[in-house]
Design a protein around this ligand. Structure first.
Ligand code: AQP
Length: 342
């Protein structure tokens, strides 16, 4: 089986974008691939964060993975910081990462411009090296990536090739290493179309954990009345009827897409159903569909979190399984780079 890895940062409440763009797709991947899904807590500290909250959001994110249908009899679920190899490999990788490559990363440029140089830790710059470590440690074949992560995956591929070239095959074999190259070069797994969920208050920016207004997103754990209220107040337009793909109506396209994804209907069915609908009726239908879809997830979440020992066990088993794979890669890299064996 090909191997797939992916993760979400525990930087706040998991929202509909994280769910429809990532977690929901993982559930269909776990039958076809060998999957490892982690909570990327080490990435979560690259911007100012709330330390007392970190362990809580990490647990809650893990519970959400399970509540959404990630099945630990098929997938390994673990916390990134529980597998020490992530940070160790990152250090080794950073020794072969040209600074120029990192300076070119759009996400770094955008986030550091917003925060200002004095407020940005070096970890924000080296974030893509940690991401490369997350992927390469597990010799992953495929990585699900949205548009904003494509550049980081490309960097991961270049790093894998660079380290394979510098320390791979021949040299490594001469030193007694076995097998092919040190790292598999991963391929992107493009998520299904329409999986980019936009903000409820601005159809041109993506729904995001860090957007200041909670009105801009539907959190997976939002109670019914909150969902109804957010949908009621979300931004719309004054065109007659509802339609997909009209560039002048980004909000309309977004809300129809969300409706389509949570009802499981086809785009044509939704287009047909809503063509002559007014916003009032659509908003009621959308809120109902969201509540119906999220209710079972919220019930399972309650059940999972009512037994903390259960979640601890899942995360500790997951970390053990992950570490078994990760340690093999890490030891090979130490060996290939010439370190004295422990
Ligand atoms: N709006 C979105 N639509 C579709 N997919 C999305 N993802 C995030 N937002 C949307 C996907 O969720 C996964 C986890 O992302 P992350 O935790 O690494 O952080 P992010 O991509 O930066 O997501 P957020 O929620 O917007 O967090 P902040 O505000 O902290 O930056 C990824 O697979 C991502 O594609």
């Amino acid at each position: 089986k090909k191997r797939v890895v992916s993760g979400v940062q525990p930087t706040g409440s998991i929202h509909l974008g994280n769910y429809l763009g990532a977690i929901k797709n993982w559930v269909s991947l776990q039958d076809t691939y060998e999957t490892l899904f982690f909570i990327v807590d080490l990435h979560a500290i690259t911007l100012p964060y709330d330390a007392p909250q970190l362990s809580k959001t990490t647990r809650s994110t893990a519970a959400i993975y399970l509540a959404c249908g990630v099945d630990t009899s098929k997938a390994s679920v673990f916390v990134q910081s529980h597998v020490r190899a992530h940070v160790e490999l990152m250090w080794l990788l950073s020794s072969v990462t040209p600074l120029g490559w990192l300076n070119k990363m759009i996400q770094f440029k955008e986030k550091s411009r917003k925060a200002g140089d004095e407020n940005v830790g070096v970890a924000l710059l080296t974030y893509p090296v940690l991401m490369a470590s997350d992927i390469l440690l597990y010799q992953s074949d495929l990585v699900p990536v949205g548009d904003d992560q494509k550049q980081h995956l490309e960097l991961t591929r270049e790093l894998a090739e660079r380290i394979n070239y510098l320390y791979g095959r021949k040299k490594w074999k001469k030193m007694g290493g076995r097998g092919g190259s040190l790292f598999k070069v991963p391929e992107p797994l493009i998520p299904p179309a329409g999986a980019r969920v936009m903000s409820l208050t601005d159809g041109l920016s993506k729904m995001s954990k860090s957007a200041p207004s909670d009105q801009s997103r539907i959190n997976l754990l939002d109670p019914k009345d909150v969902i109804v209220n957010k949908v009621k107040r979300c931004k719309t337009d004054s065109f007659p009827g509802l339609e997909f793909d009209n560039l002048e109506r980004p909000e309309c396209n977004n809300l129809l897409s969300i409706y389509q994804l949570v009802t499981g209907k086809t785009k044509e069915e939704v287009a047909q159903e809503c063509r002559e609908m007014n916003w009032g009726t659509f908003k009621t239908n959308l809120a109902d569909a969201l509540i119906d879809h999220l209710h079972p997830i919220q019930m399972r979440y309650e059940e999972i979190t009512s037994d903390p020992a259960y979640l601890d066990r899942i995360l500790s088993d997951g970390a053990m399984r992950a570490a078994e794979i990760a340690d093999i890669t890490l030891n090979n890299v130490y060996q290939a780079m010439g370190f004295l064996a422990r």
